[in-house]
Write a protein that binds this ligand. Structure first.
Ligand code: PLP
Length: 423
């Protein structure tokens, strides 16, 4: 597979952009390769600047649940653009999107649109602190909640792959209120609550973790978090930036039947455009400006073109109740193919259309077990698939995303590619 043009562009990019990329994991550092510069994408396929066509399981790291450039979504965006790109005034689509979010995710009675997942989570935490009058937040090692200062503590994905779990440039004072528990470990949460009586504003979690590779919550773990937060008067925040509208139409909260106080959304909610959202019960969300004392604003929040993409994407998902079963079945076939083909130990974690392959003999249930994976073997696995035109997560600690656009042929081809990969 030729990658001459990608290599040239990457050299040029590195002169003007840190590491040549605008988000670290795109640099392919964890798999020791040059990133492919993308020329276009349609449905399940992506074409790079050298003309290589690949089956794409990155899906922009989450948004592309319908595949790329879904005609209905593109049409709505074009239509919206023709009417003006941004106004700094409210528009009808924002109302419709907030309405639809509340319908699909009833815990988000009132929501505020922002422009990224990072902003959504950061703002949800701010509201939780204001509502409880407390400062401390419990997060879980290996969960990623965007790159805001206070949450960049033992984060996953990009930070994990490059072995820099904490970021430079974050004053200790900014992260001292972030306490870190162990995923799926009830005792670690109980301990933090016991050590900080009356001090914990919220527990924040990825209800299915997807930034240390895919890690599922053990049976009853989310319900336990619901109970302990109620017991101590703290709020439960679900970061559903990946799981929202992906695990089911109502997200992980519907799938696991656990209702959080606040939810953060991103990725799918923007249908490929920059949209995030955070929301919850009216009494909590009415603390946000202009109604309340929690300040949060955005010049491009509720942007017309972005909102059009998100709204149409959610409508397509809502019209098609069979989609989640199809997605899960397709991901399941790939998971089975990997388990069958693997020489040596492998742990494949799957939740619906999310999937991760760990090269370890452990059951991966938290950060500690996730990092036992042999990342060198992962890099080889990635390379073999890429050579056969199958584009997967360029890091052990990112998920593989299956979309509705992946055809039977795509899945069959991918399963054969997995079998052929001599790893
Ligand atoms: C991607 C992600 C974020 C950050 O969203 P951005 O849009 O990249 O700022 C936050 N939380 C989770 C769980 C994510 O996967």
């Amino acid at each position: 597979m030729m990658d001459t043009k990608s290599k040239e562009l990457f050299e040029e990019a590195k002169r003007h952009i840190p590491g040549g990329v605008n988000s670290p994991v795109r640099a392919f550092g964890a798999v020791h390769k040059t990133p492919r510069f993308v020329a276009s994408a349609c449905g399940s396929h992506i074409v790079d600047v050298d003309g290589n066509e690949m089956i794409d399981y990155v899906g922009s790291f989450g948004p592309a649940i319908l595949g790329h450039a879904h005609p209905r979504v593109v049409e709505k965006v074009v239509e919206a653009c023709k009417d003006g790109l941004t106004f700094g005034a409210p528009t009808e689509r924002e109302v419709r999107l907030a309405e639809l979010i509340a319908e699909l995710m009833p815990s988000m009675e009132v929501s505020r649109l922002v422009s990224s997942g990072t902003e959504a989570v950061m703002s949800a935490v701010r509201v939780a602190r204001a509502f409880t009058g407390r400062d401390k937040v419990i997060k879980f090692r290996g969960c990623y909640h965007g790159h805001s200062d206070g949450l960049l503590v033992k984060a996953g994905s990009g930070a994990m792959a490059s072995s820099v779990p904490d970021s430079a440039g974050v004053p200790l004072d900014y992260s001292k209120n972030t306490l870190v528990a162990r995923y799926n470990d009830r005792a670690s949460v109980e301990e933090l609550f016991a050590q900080n009586p009356g001090g914990i504003a919220a527990v924040i979690i990825e209800p299915v973790a997807a930034n240390m590779g895919v890690v599922l919550p053990e049976h009853g773990f989310l319900a336990f978090l619901r109970q302990i937060t109620i017991k101590y008067g703290a709020l439960l925040i679900f970061d559903e930036v990946i799981t929202g509208f992906r695990l089911s139409l109502g997200g992980a909260q519907e799938y696991y039947r656990v209702t959080p106080d606040l939810t953060a959304l991103g990725k799918i909610v923007g249908g490929g455009m920059p949209v995030g959202a955070y929301g919850g019960r009216r009494e909590i969300m009415e603390l946000v400006a202009p109604l309340g004392p929690v300040y949060q604003a955005g010049t491009l929040s509720g942007n017309p073109a972005a909102t059009a993409a998100g709204l149409e994407t959610l409508m397509i998902l809502k019209e098609d109740p069979g989609i989640y079963e199809r997605l899960s079945a397709k991901a399941g076939r790939i998971a089975d193919a990997v388990r069958e083909a693997a020489r040596g130990s492998v742990c494949v974690n799957q939740a619906g259309s999310l999937l991760s392959v760990f090269f370890t003999d452990r059951q991966v249930a938290d950060y500690e077990s996730a990092i036992t994976s042999d990342t060198r073997r992962y890099a080889e696995f990635f390379g073999h698939l890429l050579n056969q035109g199958v584009y997967t997560a360029p890091s052990q600690f990112e998920a593989m995303f299956v979309s509705d656009a992946h055809s039977e042929e795509d899945i069959a081809y991918t399963c054969r590619a997995v079998q052929k990969a001599a790893w």
